[in-house]
Design a protein around this ligand. Structure first.
Ligand code: ASP
Length: 355
């Protein structure tokens, strides 16, 4: 039997954080709501790229720009970062060594959504998703046809594999099984030492950090969101995760708020998790409580059919008033998100359930 690298293993890695603090003056346009403030933008990424991303989105929001522009430009910062191994350029490839990207966008004000799945060779899938949303009557385009569509809109085709991801993929491939013709783990012992000596420990590991969600609310209370990813490392070619599926990886309701998911997409799809989070908020739950409710709902389902299995999800959510929350399953790093409102940049730690 082929021994596969555990998917959950991918989600359990911790990630170095570059958390800084940026102070903003209280700006006249900012409104205090019950206990939140709008405008406001968050991302599930808590590294330096995540901070840069929401700073980019914040620049747009504080000038009264479009909330859709804010989430798109912010997501693009993460997508084009070659060091981010699970989103856009430099994202981790599938089992055939091909990077296939999934992304979705939703505009609360127009109740429109767009998505692409298994998109190859384009660094910014969320921008292609935005064109699907704004310039077609469809919600999702996939694979080679999504690529053809992107080409028509002038997106440049590029190799999404960096030297680092190419090597990481080869190593992962070699370690995957001792029943195929790829090198078994023993043969890697020396190589591993060499690699950690020259590039630093972990330089060739599979991605540590999942998908990114960017959610924002502008000063008028209009809401938008994006979820973008290269999906699970070593996935079967053609596999579509939760990220491009509206109601699974992303949902936005202008009357309520927005929610995004990262983690094992299969469970998120089956539980319509972000739609559930929005419905919970609609019933009066805070973003924090609603994220926790969704995790409990998934665990309840698995308890009945597979009590030993703990899926590895993290949910983030915001509401119309500028409140935010996040929660994840145990075994992963802390549940955190990055946020900017008129008070400045902050990394918020939510809850890890069941741990
Ligand atoms: N949710 C993503 C997927 O299943 C993976 C991730 O969040 O890392 O495609």
């Amino acid at each position: 039997m082929t021994k596969k690298i555990s998917r959950r293993h991918f989600f359990n890695r911790s990630f170095g954080l570059g958390a800084g603090m940026l102070l903003f003056k209280n700006m006249a346009f900012s409104k205090s709501t019950e206990n939140g403030k709008i405008p406001m933008i968050i991302t599930s990424h808590t590294n330096q790229t995540g901070q840069k991303a929401i700073e980019m989105g914040w620049e747009i929001l504080k000038k009264g720009g479009s909330v859709v522009d804010a989430v798109e430009k912010a997501a693009n910062v993460i997508e084009v970062d070659p060091k981010d191994r699970s989103v856009g350029y430099g994202g981790f490839p599938n089992e055939e060594g091909i990077v296939q990207l999934d992304a979705s966008i939703m505009d609360g004000k127009t109740y429109n959504a767009g998505a692409v799945a298994c998109l190859e060779n384009i660094k910014t899938p969320s921008s292609v998703a935005r064109i699907v949303m704004e310039r077609t009557d469809h919600v999702m385009l996939v694979g080679q046809d999504a690529l053809r569509f992107a080409r028509k809109w002038g997106f440049k085709e590029e190799n999404l594999m960096t030297e680092e991801t190419r090597k990481a993929w080869l190593r992962a491939r070699e370690k995957m099984s001792d029943r195929d013709d790829w090198g078994p783990p023993d043969h890697l012992k020396d190589l591993k030492k060499k690699e950690s000596g020259t590039e630093g420990a972990g330089a060739f590991e599979v991605p540590a950090h999942g998908t990114t969600n960017v959610l924002a609310v502008d000063a008028n209370g209009d809401i938008a969101g994006i979820t973008t990813t290269s999906g699970l490392g070593n996935k079967i070619p053609g596999r579509v995760g939760d990220s491009p599926i509206i109601g699974a990886g992303l949902y936005v309701d202008n009357e309520v708020g927005a929610a995004g998911a990262t983690g094992r997409g299969e469970d998120v799809i089956k539980s319509c998790a972000t739609y559930y989070i929005i419905m919970r908020m609609k019933q009066g739950r805070t973003p924090q409580q609603a994220c926790e409710d969704a995790l409990k709902m998934i665990v309840e389902k698995y308890k009945k059919v597979n009590p030993d299995f703990f899926p590895g999800e993290k949910f983030v959510a915001i509401n119309k008033k500028g409140n935010f929350g996040c929660s994840n399953m145990p075994g992963r790093r802390k549940a955190r998100l990055s946020m900017i409102n008129a008070d400045g940049f902050k990394i918020y730690t939510g809850t890890s359930l069941f741990s």
